[in-house]
Design a protein around this ligand. Sequence first.
Ligand SMILES: N#Cc1c(-c2ccc3ccn(Cc4ccc(CN5CCCCC5)cc4)c3c2)n[nH]c1N
Length: 237
Amino acid sequence: MRIDIVSIFPDYLAPLRLSLPGKAIDRGILELGVHDLRSWTRDVHRSVDDTPYGGGPGMVMRPDVWGECLDDVCPDDALLVVPTPAGVPFTQATAEEFSTESHLVFACGRYEGIDQRVFDDAARRVRVREVSIGDFVLIGGEVAVMAMIEATVRLIPGVLGNNESHEQDSFSDGILEGPAYTRPQQWRGLSVPPVLLSGDHARIAAWRHEQGLARTEALRPDLLAGPTVSAGPDHTA
Ligand SMILES: N#Cc1c(-c2ccc3ccn(Cc4ccc(CN5CCCCC5)cc4)c3c2)n[nH]c1N
């Protein structure tokens, strides 16, 4: 997989080269390109934003600079991912869809976002996904992109040391995972549930599922209410 990221703060994405994505890069599983949007500016001030048509707070990122950048960075076979508070929810299903792509391009906006025509124009030749990582407002897209990349890259075969790890993830089977324990067996008067010491793998699996279900019912009943909308193949958001 190749991932390209465009941002006016490219250094913000440096931590991606640590931990999981970094290992995937070192092992040749992932190619990562980070691009400074200002490289496509043509004015002496290297301007990337302007005042919003129709008024309103803040500034909007210019279509001309983004358009020329994406012409260079985003080929027709790539999936263009645009983080935005107004996007379709990014979920584990989205991460699974993204992990099967050969080329992802992430457009990190700042200010009050990017001129909509950038994505309308891009949609003439590439698939575009406008996605949100949650119902809260960030200052820009970089944090969202790092979260989406980590959630996506960990699903690529060979990235996680033990392929089992992501198959027991929260959300992968629609419910939260149960509690985890490690040594010592007794800690501050608290014991590890005896079933986990039984060596009976069927009982342990059943107990973990029950614990996950109880946790889901208590904390995330919405996950039990049925399928939800998320940024996937059938959403052209
Ligand atoms: N994923 C994700 C995100 C983001 C996210 C992602 C990307 C960008 C680029 C810029 N911002 C900042 C920003 C702040 C407010 C508004 C809303 N304004 C209301 C008044 C009219 C104009 C628009 C838009 C953009 C971003 C935020 N936030 N939360 C998520 N889950």
